[in-house]
Ligand binder design. Sequence first.
Ligand code: PRP
Ligand code: URA
Length: 207
Amino acid sequence: MKGVTVVTHPLVQHNLTRLRDRRTGPQEFRRVLSEVAALMLYEATRSFAVLPRSVRTPLAPAAGYQLRREVVLVPVLRAGLGMLDSILQLIPNARVGFIGLKREETTLRAMFYHKSLPADLSPFEVILIDPMLATGGSAVAALDLLFEQKAKQVRLVTLVAAPEGIRRVRSRYPSIPIFTAAVDQKLNGRGYILPGLGDAGDRLFGV
Ligand code: PRP
Ligand code: URA
């Protein structure tokens, strides 16, 4: 699928399988999700723009680079929180915005309950973080908000995506890069990804 990068690195796939395993409890789920998030970020930031920057080593001048734009990480609550810490360790100077969204159980519509973002996202590389892309309703609502806040460079980092969700994001935002560890088969009648990993927020927090 165009613009969708499936990260097939063996460590990502190994950890994804542990997350899928129903026997993995919240403590291990938190740890593994955090580990896999860092690996996903590595791939998702590969195309970040850089500027040349020269420094002096103790011995001689050295040509190098620095990131061109500051980064804003935006986890979608709750499940996106499980990916935040390890990503912040890789980009410690990133700012962090939050979007609280809850899918209404019967309509599957995503409802906002929290928004906390820089007013002007235009100078930043924005990374939207949510492990699950199911119907795509939450991702589209979050992306709509980011673009209302003038975002220019946005990428979506997820872990398990349904074809339905990818299509929905694609039809509204054809050029947003999407990074995922898997594109699963389909949604079930209740909007859950099959085979998926269940309810990511519940598995992460045990409620
Ligand atoms: C889950 C998940 C996504 C959303 C995906 O969150 O973390 O945000 O569902 O579904 P969609 O693509 O159909 O919108 P949920 O609303 O269950 O909230 P939670 O993370 O607090 O459990
Ligand atoms: N949200 C989840 O956490 N899991 C799904 O399979 C779908 C939506």
